[in-house]
Design a protein around this ligand. Sequence first.
Ligand SMILES: CC(=O)[C@@H](O)[C@H](O)COP(=O)(O)O
Length: 256
Amino acid sequence: MNPLVIAGRAFQSRLIVGTGKYKDGPETQAAIEASGAEMVTVAVRRVNLDRSSESLLDFIDPQRYFLLPNTAGCYTAEEAIRAARLGREVGLSDWVKIEVIGDQQTLYPDIHATLEATRVLVKEGFTVLPYTSDDIVFAKRLIDAGAAAVMPLGAPIGSGLGLQNTANLRILRELITEVPLIVDAGVGTASDATVAMELGFDGVLMNTAIAQAKDPLLMAEAMQHAVLSGRQAFLAGRMPRKLYATASSPLEGISR
Ligand SMILES: CC(=O)[C@@H](O)[C@H](O)COP(=O)(O)O
């Protein structure tokens, strides 16, 4: 199976997992392992960066996982830029998932601020993966600004509603070929991840669906299979839909 390639770096797993909302560090670690993910995202503003006391980072082996700092909890471009720089200064990464929230109730992205932060950080040498809406115009602006991938939401963060606007996601898929497209947020269960991959998305980023499942480790494993089987089905190409039946064992040419 071909790898997911972002900014020249190849990942065998197309599942990216978050690290919030778990019971504790060991559960986080075990769920990441069960997911088979190679890229793991951590919120710069929510981890103990100086490691003076126990930190989430103690449970993620940097030799094994590719760390993607994110700017969760930021409401302005300036805050997000500061968080990205801080992540780089403490040696986390020069990659960043930009998340600038514009509305507290929906946690929808502030797309103008996201674009501004992307522009600034790309100029500073960051590899920027922005969390955005499913709007094709903004996706194009982000690519023009140098985004290394575009990450539209499937549904509000933490809602578990699954893909709410497949028409918009299909438009994104059809019109964006320059960079990888990753569904980020809103996945609730394995079939949501499979549908995203069947639509031709290059990957899926999720947190809550795994962390808040009754059995996070089992769900992490399910998500690993879901992303893989969605990718396989996409590559295999689905049969055409037909309105009427065709017999599975045709009788043409058989004498009666
Ligand atoms: C972990 C992270 O980056 C989240 O902000 C992300 O958007 C995931 O959303 P879900 O929790 O809905 O999967």
